[in-house]
Design a binder for this molecule. Structure first.
Ligand SMILES: [Zn+2]
Length: 329
């Protein structure tokens, strides 16, 4: 394990190491010098194709990224998971890969199949299941430590995590996902406050594409308390004990956390399961829900229009009635 952690002395050769986010950026530079596959994949990202769609002030970016085919079409059923070697376990990492320790339990690694020009996976050092229960405070801590340069996100085990058996978060370059810059205007235009505890507030937001919750405040305990109430309410509504399907995005600025929660009905839209010419390979997770939709096939990049985007969101978001029930906090 020790040989998987880069020393601060070595990191200083690659950049500033004053904050956790700058350490992560230095790590990425170090990894580019020693790990050819990672370097190539970050180079390829420079020539990536993007299309931008506008929905009444809401921006959606479509990214054609062939490097993501493995993740987007990953088999995440429990049989397939059992049969493969876990790619987040420290003993299975490529020889070149090293990371930075966070809070004893986690390790910050560079994602070798990037969506962002800075893309990290923050993995538990142990092979423990993906769950936000017991890990929400860690999520807020990472958001706070990295939020000056990076946006942190979590994908539930059944809606986007390609390693549902190994606890991890991700972080990507700040202000790339459209929803980050639309947060204030969307809250104003489409949001309504539904709950408050101390300085923390919960908003229900329906922007006609997505149904989501915005949770903000300056006290981590209050934020967690509201988050737990919301999760409890979802479990009650869905009649389940396990974690409801959700994606979570976290930002931090001027002492305030902003957390976006996307409650989900499905992992993959119907398009994913259609045949041949009707099929679209898309597996929405936090990044896609936040307005940066990733398609790993060029034919899908050509095909997807406003109509498909609306239907994709419609199919994977929690339905209108259930969402409305949830807003009665
Ligand atoms: Zn593992």
């Amino acid at each position: 394990m020790q040989n998987k952690i880069i020393t601060e002395a070595e990191l200083t050769n690659f950049g500033d190491v004053k904050t956790l986010s700058s350490k992560a950026l230095a790590l990425l530079e170090q990894q580019k010098t020693v790990w050819a596959l990672l370097r190539k994949n970050y180079d390829d990202l420079k020539s990536i194709q993007i299309k931008i769609f506008n929905f009444d002030g809401i921006k959606i970016r479509l990214q054609f990224n062939s490097g993501r085919i493995r993740s987007t079409s990953a088999k995440v059923d429990s049989e397939s998971i059992k049969e493969r070697k876990c790619f987040l376990c420290l003993e299975n990492l490529p020889e070149e890969q090293v990371g930075i320790s966070f809070n004893d339990d986690f390790l910050i690694l560079c994602n070798p199949f990037p969506i962002f020009k800075e893309h990290f996976t923050i993995v538990n050092k142990m092979h423990v299941s993906q769950t936000i229960f017991r890990n929400f405070q860690t999520f807020l801590a990472i958001v706070k430590k990295m939020g000056d340069k990076l946006t942190v996100f979590y994908n539930g085990p059944k809606c986007g995590a390609s390693a549902p058996d190994h606890m991890h978060f991700q972080a990507g370059s700040k202000s790339v996902m459209p929803i980050e810059s639309e947060y204030d205007s969307s809250k104003e235009k489409f949001g309504r406050i539904i709950y408050k505890e101390g300085s923390a507030e919960l908003f229900a937001v329906d922007d006609n594409l997505r149904k989501m919750f915005f949770l903000e405040g300056s006290d981590a305990t209050e934020i967690e308390s509201i988050f737990n109430k919301l999760i409890g309410k979802m479990q009650e509504l869905l009649g389940i004990d396990e974690e409801p399907m959700l994606n979570i995005v976290g930002m931090y600025k001027n002492g305030v956390w902003r957390v976006i929660i996307f409650p989900r009905a499905k992992h993959r839209p119907d398009y994913f399961f259609l045949n041949d010419s009707d099929k679209i390979i898309v597996s929405p997770a936090s990044v896609d829900m936040s307005g940066l939709i990733i398609v790993p096939r060029e034919e899908d990049f050509q095909k997807v229009s406003e109509d498909e985007i609306t239907k994709i969101y419609n199919q994977v978001c929690l339905g209108k009635n259930r969402f409305y029930e949830l807003t009665k906090m």
